[in-house]
Design a protein around this ligand. Structure first.
Ligand SMILES: NC(=O)c1ccc[n+]([C@@H]2O[C@H](COP(=O)([O-])OP(=O)(O)OC[C@H]3O[C@@H](n4cnc5c(N)ncnc54)[C@H](O)[C@@H]3O)[C@@H](O)[C@H]2O)c1
Length: 268
């Protein structure tokens, strides 16, 4: 079976699997941005393990080509999500090649940790352009196709920083504002598009041990983990499981939600 090898590579705890049975997303086309690594790659693997044809988009061209080469029928889509004409062309090309687009999981983002004292407008514009405008552009073009089809799901990845603010150890004010914007964008899109049969939701990870934090020292990661009620940082597999849930028919009545996947961090 084409799904079994993929399932074996997803890193879920023994016996857990990617929460949905192989075949749960059969016949579906899932576009994942930020798919060259971290949560995006893990989620693309999980979608593929459940039968979806995945389209992996990222500005890291080599990374996304390598990732796609390891998944059955996958399409690699080198893409900078801030490039509006390129986003339009890329998403239209998915529909041309695969016939339809059923799910979008938008993970592409950058994190920055600059104190507000030293942050200038160029810094803010760059972070907002990638993390917020990019999310809008990807969602907007995909929704055009989904609305015409009368079905589909969009999951935009936000962050606990969008609720709690930045200015801490690993995220700054610009990053936090961009993710607060993503949370608000999800609410707006959900209200606008709910009548069309499309669902739009936010996945809200807490601090997670992914390539995004590759430069964070182990000692700091331990301090971050100690501040999380369950006592560890998130994993890409935690986010992939939640992303598949939000994309699945099991979440048919979940619209405009923000799903915290953070080990209880928001309890504090
Ligand atoms: N890791 C965490 O602690 C954490 C916590 C909360 C939220 N998040 C969010 O989760 C999502 C996934 O993060 P991750 O931890 O897997 O990080 P990651 O750095 O592994 O993945 C982000 C991906 O986005 C890509 N990307 C960046 N800018 C892009 C652009 N302009 N166009 C296309 N691709 C671009 C990168 O190349 C990278 O592959 C992000 O939205 C992030 O903000 C992460």
């Amino acid at each position: 079976m084409r799904t079994s090898n993929v399932a074996a590579s997803t890193g879920y705890p023994a016996g857990a699997g990617p929460v949905f049975a192989p075949g749960a997303f059969d016949g579906r086309v899932a576009l994942v941005t930020g798919a060259a690594g971290g949560m995006g790659l893990e989620s693309a693997r999980a979608f593929a393990a459940c039968g979806a044809r995945v389209v992996l988009a990222d500005r890291d061209e080599a990374g996304v080509r390598e990732a796609a080469a390891n998944l059955p029928d996958a399409i690699a889509l080198p893409l900078d999500v801030t490039d509006e004409p390129a986003v339009r062309r890329a998403i239209d090309s998915v529909v041309e090649r695969a016939g339809h687009i059923d799910h979008v999981l938008h993970c592409a983002a950058v994190i920055t940790a600059r104190h507000s004292r030293g942050a200038d407008a160029a810094h803010w514009r760059q972070v907002l352009d990638i993390n917020l405008v990019g999310a809008f552009l990807v969602a907007q073009r995909a929704l055009r196709h989904m609305e015409a089809a009368g079905s589909g799901t969009v999951v935009l990845v936000a962050s606990d920083a969008g609720f709690r603010g930045g200015g801490g150890l690993i995220a700054d004010s610009a990053y936090a504002a961009s993710k607060a914007g993503v949370l608000s964008l999800v609410k707006s899109l959900a209200r606008e598009f709910a009548p069309t049969g499309v669902r739009i939701n936010a996945l809200v990870p807490g601090p997670s041990d992914t390539p995004m934090h590759a430069a964070v020292p182990a000692e700091l990661k331990q301090r971050i983990a100690a501040n999380i009620p369950v006592g560890r940082m998130g994993r890409s597999a935690d986010m992939a499981a939640a992303a598949l849930y939000l994309s699945s028919a099991a979440a048919a009545f979940v619209q405009g939600a923000a799903l915290d996947v953070d080990g209880g961090l928001m309890l504090r």
